[in-house]
Structure formats: C-alpha cells, structure tokens
Design a protein around this ligand. Sequence first.
Ligand code: NI
Length: 174
Amino acid sequence: MAFLSIITAPDPRLKVKARPVTRVDDAVRTLMDDMLETMYRAIGIGLAAPQVGVGSRVIVLDNAREGEPPQPLKLANPEILWRSLELIAGNEGCLSLPEQYAEVLRPKAIRLRYLDYDNEIREMGADGLLATCLQHEIDHLDGLLFVDHLSPLKRSMILRKLAKAKRGRASAAA
Ligand code: NI
C-alpha cells in the first residue's frame, strides 16, 4: 500500500476529463487501495483518481460516521443512470480545495452503474450524503470541482484564496 500525494487547486490536472478503465485489473485494484489509504490519512470521505494525478475514471468513498465500522466503496467507470428531481443543499469540501467549504445544490438521490473491485458490472442507489458525495467525486472525473457549481463571484473568491495559499507554501518550501 502506498500513500499518494493529493493535487490542490488551482491545477490544470484537476480540469481534465478522465478516461474509462478498460477493465478492473490488478493495476486498477492497487490504485483503488492506495487511493483509499490516502483518503483515510487525509481524513476525507471521497477521492477521485484525477486528484492523485491519474486520469482514470476511478473513485473511492467511505461515508461511515465516527464510531461506525468502515464502509469503503471502490468504483470504476461510475455512470449516473437517474437523478431525483428533488434537490438538497450540502455543505461540501474537497481534499483538493483545503479548508474551503460551500453549500452546493444537487439531486437528493441518484442511481448509478459501475464496475466493482472484481470487474463486475453493478448498480446502486444512493441518497442524502452518499448521493452528494458520489456526485462530487464523479464531477472530478469530468474535470469539475464543487466551486464550479457556485456563482462566478464565489468561485473566484475561493480560487484566489487557494492560489494565494499555494504561493505561500511554495515560498515557505523554497
Ligand atoms: Ni473533491
């Protein structure tokens, strides 16, 4: 198992559309395992491959609450088949946008199809936090960040803060 480094915005690698995996083989399984460990270490609830610099349609999540047993999910090529008309607002954050949070309105429930860890085609339904989190991670595969759902003003405020924080880190490391 290896820890991967997480890319933070602004970065062009977060804006690229990821490619489907041909099949879930050992290489993809290793990526899923490493992403999950990386996500747990960063205390996140979801991570998409582009966030670790890999342009493949792979996401991992764990929405278990504190005290609950882990509920790891490892999905390749997730595809949303259905979205509810009902929307909910969730307060979203992202490991690629450290310390930034905003309310995002999304469909409350979804149904999706994906390839599992054993390369089997599966379908699942999700609502509430899990639906929000899945949509957030699938957005990453299409080069979208949660700030892309905000008004241009809010988005540029957050991105400016992140660019500034990044310059600060770069000069501290120099
Ligand atoms: Ni994210």
